[in-house]
Design a binder for this molecule. Structure first.
Ligand SMILES: C[S@@+](CC[C@H](N)C(=O)[O-])C[C@H]1O[C@@H](n2cnc3c(N)ncnc32)[C@H](O)[C@@H]1O
Length: 322
């Protein structure tokens, strides 16, 4: 039977150019090329002076970036194009993180897939790379700030447990909205120590990979945002049960997760690589929403699944403890 193609036929040259363009863009970003061009078009001599880079290889780098559409060259002066300007924002966090992952843990992908044993060292790998680690957390903070806008906590919520809450963006946004709300962020001890929580948000260091990591009880709301995908389905299922057990009767568990199959083709393609990366670097997976919902029902909750129109790559599951 003929096989229905699900994607465009692969073009290795396009993939190679994309890989090289990513590395070139990240190099230019680190040299400060895009910051220098934010002030307007510049001749190579000016860019060499502003970045401190050697003129000849800098020109080679700039020409490669012209070819890949990040820069334009007019009358001997380089100017940034929209993709170049984008590197001073969101994409300036995304590309360095993924090029570092591809050049680091992904080097061992064949051995891991071959043996069935993932590398699984993502967070200690991050701890050894402070610049990449900062980018990762800034990326999470940006994403969390956007997602928090799409979420309203149930009326009268006074206690929030933000499981795997990182630097506590959700907790801070929700506490800023409701002066009576108190939040606890549970995350890795190093992350909690660095976040320096104060005021209505407190932190507790714990290893969520270990059974019984969630010890809080009687919470109005428990939040699991972009956390379950970092764990195997066995541990993720147990974490849902632990999170539900931390709720008071009638309390709400909010699970925000990446949608494994969003509608947009580029987002859907990215999720396949994200899923592979999760398995390899964390031992996790993008768990299907039906599985997440089933785990919440098992944990004694009623469940509602909601799309987030402004965040098409995410799903929100609202589970109420019976
Ligand atoms: C993708 S981030 C999501 C952060 C936050 N919930 C948000 O949405 O912005 C996953 C979080 O889980 C935490 N985490 C991962 N593995 C953990 C573990 N074994 N124990 C505690 N926290 C962990 C990470 O430190 C990180 O803050």
């Amino acid at each position: 039977m003929p096989v229905e193609p699900e994607a465009e036929a692969a073009d290795p040259m396009t993939h190679l150019l994309g890989l090289l363009a990513c590395h070139a863009a990240v190099a230019a970003l680190r040299l400060g090329v895009f910051d220098a061009l934010a002030e307007g078009p510049a001749a190579p001599e000016e860019l060499a002076a502003r970045t401190g880079a050697a003129r000849e290889p800098l020109c080679a780098l700039l020409d490669a970036l012209v070819e890949s559409g990040y820069l334009a060259l007019e009358d001997g002066r380089y100017a940034e194009r929209p993709a170049g300007a984008g590197l001073r924002g969101h994409w300036g966090e995304v590309l360095p993180l993924w090029t570092a992952l591809a050049a680091g843990p992904w080097e061992g992908l064949a051995e891991a897939v071959g043996s069935g044993v993932p590398d699984g060292t993502f967070y200690s790998w991050l701890d050894d790379r402070p610049e990449v680690r900062r980018r990762f957390h800034r990326l999470q903070e940006g994403m969390a700030a956007g997602l928090a806008e799409a979420i309203t906590l149930p009326g009268g919520t006074r206690s929030l447990l933000d499981v795997g809450g990182g630097s506590g963006t959700f907790s801070r946004v929700f506490c800023a909205r409701s002066p009576e709300l108190r939040a606890t962020v549970v995350d890795l001890p190093s992350v909690v120590a660095e976040a320096g929580f104060d005021g209505p948000v407190t932190g507790r260091g714990a290893d969520l990979g270990r059974p019984g990591a969630i010890t809080e009880r009687g919470q109005d709301v428990v939040l699991l945002c972009n956390v379950l995908h970092g764990f195997t389905s066995v541990r993720a299922r147990a974490l849902v049960a632990e999170a539900a057990a931390a709720l008071r009767t009638g309390g709400t568990l909010l699970i925000l997760e990446s949608d494994p199959a969003p509608d947009a083709p580029a987002e859907r393609a990215f999720q396949r690589f994200f899923d592979l990366n999760l398995w390899h670097t964390q031992g996790g997976r993008l768990h299907p929403s039906s599985e997440l919902a089933g785990w919440a029902v098992e944990a004694g909750c009623t469940v509602r699944l909601t799309d987030l129109p402004d965040h098409p790559a995410h799903l929100l599951l609202t589970a109420v403890r019976l």
